[in-house]
Design a protein around this ligand. Structure first.
Ligand code: FES
Length: 106
């Protein structure tokens, strides 16, 4: 699937995202090096750091935030109604055309 990711400099990248590798959006951003090492995925995808926060710009219906994700976002900076933790977004076919913007580094 194709996903559009706007990096922290405001540059949009359209990338190919595999849906058969049990990958999440944070890992995708890292694999394309769209954020410097050490500024995203700090907790390793455990919903415990918010370094992978992103804003969902397209109208895709994502699964509800889990309690862990909700709790982390309650403590994070720059949170908006469309904030999600990238590590909690699993790449799947229904996300074709997803557009997200990486939240500022905090
Ligand atoms: Fe830490 Fe997503 S990588 S919350």
């Amino acid at each position: 699937i194709k996903i559009k990711i706007t990096d922290r400099e405001g540059v949009q990248h359209e990338v190919d995202a595999p849906t058969d590798m049990n990958m999440n959006l944070m890992e995708l951003v890292r694999s394309y090096e769209l954020a410097p090492e050490g500024t995203i995925g700090v907790c390793g995808g455990m919903a415990m750091c918010a370094s992978c926060q992103c804003y969902v710009d397209s109208a895709h219906e994502l699964p509800e935030r889990s309690d862990d994700e909700e709790a982390m976002l309650a403590e994070a900076f720059y949170v908006k109604p469309n904030s999600r933790l990238g590590c909690q977004i699993h790449l799947e076919p229904s996300l074709e055309g997803l557009e997200v913007t990486l939240a500022p580094e905090s």
